[in-house]
Design a protein around this ligand. Structure first.
Ligand code: NAD
Length: 475
């Protein structure tokens, strides 16, 4: 698949740089597509188009019911292309088809519709002071949306859809690892009849992201990615007093209480620790296990991890595809070496674990036992198929270890006692937490505390991010 045009301000235009992004399959190492790379000038043109469209006001003055109807039409058009988008995602990022088709691409349709549902209930104009004043929730202006490669569609739509519903104009910069699915979205947007200038979609590298963030015509940066990049974006936005929302890294704790059903725990952690080969911000990668059942829990997890099938992501029997790039695979492997050097015990996997494949950036999963919460493998986001089991003595110790982290994105509690679960849930400093499962919903706030970010996506809170409340006194 080759794209030689850029989608700038609602038009397909020739790039000014002559450079291309080459997209390589992480499972076959073959080139699967090329995409015209934007220049800094192209990024500037996209922001200029967004600013001009916002000032012209066609979209922001469109009644909200019509904006919602336009986004619902986009969801319908998207639904028809789910199989194609799912296959593209599997080719680009190596995630298994079961996930790209049904969870990610299929879920994106549900995402758009859920945000539209929330927009229907949203208090765009809210009477106050007995009717003598109104809060007008007005669009925040020109938004730059920057998603990562690991869940490229939903982290893009989580910004684009509420921003459009609010009446903003948006420039989206998908990651260079996953430009192809971003450009299918551009085609869908192109067919949706939005006014000229309102949306640009420019897959590009970090330098394009930096130029967009620093552009003085931008009002709001909505970012998902690493904490390191989030800090540098926040610094620029702080200097310029731009609005900024940040969905960053995680190192979430799965707190297994001593009455937990281990079949539920292992099935749940198979899904939440190894999804996308562990390349998920919400992955539950620190298992806190009571010392009284420590060996039993390690054995149960070892059986589960040992049974994970690594291989062709298009094969329905595969549990784990490759990692996204050779650089990232090597980085994760270095963390496994670090764990061994720190004194953790590799019960499954380890540094020399075979991948079972000749080509592609595969890595067998590793289960570490005897992990101390102070170790680097327990504190740093590895973003790969590596699970650490950390022993604890009392429920209070488990909560303290869960909170002893720079991050605070997600978490889980595993127990057969709802009252104990509730007591633990209320003590963990995190943005999201589930009991005996973790299933985020598109109408609930998504995001983290501490180094996991600032702000929330989805639900009413996700719309709040893209509006400015105007206090209107009627006189
Ligand atoms: P990354 O930070 O390297 O890149 C993310 C995006 O930002 C890419 O599009 C990249 O080109 C761009 N970028 C990087 N530096 C930039 C800068 N200084 N200015 C502007 N743009 C910049 O992250 P990644 O490797 O693509 O994604 C993995 C990270 O994303 C992990 O840390 C993961 O936890 C996080 N993540 C968080 C969530 C969440 O909702 N909290 C969801 C998915 C992924």
């Amino acid at each position: 698949m080759n794209h030689d045009r850029l989608y700038v301000g609602g038009r397909w235009v020739a790039p000014t740089s002559g450079e291309t992004i080459v997209v390589v399959s992480p499972s076959t190492e073959e080139v699967i597509g090329t995409v015209a790379a934007p220049s800094i000038a192209d990024a500037g043109a996209a922001v200029a188009a967004a600013r001009a469209s916002f000032e012209a006001g066609t979209w922001r003055r469109t009644p909200v019911a019509e904006r919602i109807a336009a986004l619902r039409r986009l969801a319908d058009a998207y639904e028809a292309r789910v199989p194609e988008i799912g296959d593209l995602l599997t080719s680009e990022m190596g995630a298994i088809s079961r996930w790209t088709q049904f969870v990610h691409a299929g879920g994106s349709v549900a995402l758009i519709r859920a945000v539209c549902d929330d927009a229907e209930q949203y208090p765009w104009e809210e009477p106050r002071l007995g009717g003598s004043a109104t809060i007008l929730r007005e669009p925040g202006g020109v938004v730059v949306a920057i998603p990562p490669w690991n869940v490229p569609q939903s982290t893009l739509l989580s910004k684009l859809v509420p921003a459009l519903l609010a009446g903003c104009s948006v420039v989206v910069k998908p990651s260079p690892e996953t430009p192809l699915d971003g450009l299918v979205l551009a085609e869908l947007i192109d067919g949706s009849g939005l006014p000229e200038g309102v949306v640009s979609i420019l897959p590009g590298g970090r330098e394009i992201g930096e130029a967009l963030v620093a552009n003085p015509e931008v009002d709001h940066v909505a970012f998902t990615g690493s904490t390191a990049a989030g800090r540098s974006i926040a610094a620029v936005c702080g200097r310029d007093l731009k609005r900024v929302t940040l969905e960053l890294g995680g190192k979430s704790a799965a707190i297994v209480l001593d009455d937990a059903d281990l079949d539920v725990v292992t099935a749940g952690l198979k899904a939440t620790a190894f999804n996308i080969s562990g390349q998920a911000c919400i992955a539950q990668t620190r298992v806190l296990a009571p010392r009284s059942r420590y060996n039993e829990i390690v054995d149960a997890l070892a059986t589960m991890v040992d049974g994970l099938r690594v291989g062709d992501p298009f094969d329905p029997a595969t549990d784990l595809g490759p990692l996204v790039s050779s650089v990232h695979r090597d980085r994760v492997r270095d963390y496994v070496k670090t764990g061994v050097a720190e004194g953790a015990r590799a019960v499954v996997g380890g540094v020399d674990a075979p991948t079972g494949t000749d080509r592609g950036w595969f890595l067998s999963p590793t289960l570490f036992a005897d992990v101390d919460n102070k170790m680097r493998i327990a504190q740093e986001e590895i973003f790969g198929p590596v699970l650490s089991v950390i022993p604890y003595d009392t429920d209070a110790d488990a909560v303290a270890a869960a909170n002893d982290s720079d991050y605070g994105l997600a978490g889980t509690v595993w127990t057969t006692d709802p009252a104990r679960a509730d007591a633990v849930v209320r003590e963990v400093r995190t943005g999201m937490i589930g009991v005996n499962a973790f299933r985020p919903h598109f109408s609930m706030p998504f995001g983290g505390v501490k180094a996991s970010g600032i702000g929330r996506e989805f639900g009413r809170e996700g719309l709040d991010a893209f509006v400015e409340p105007k206090a209107y006194y009627h006189g």
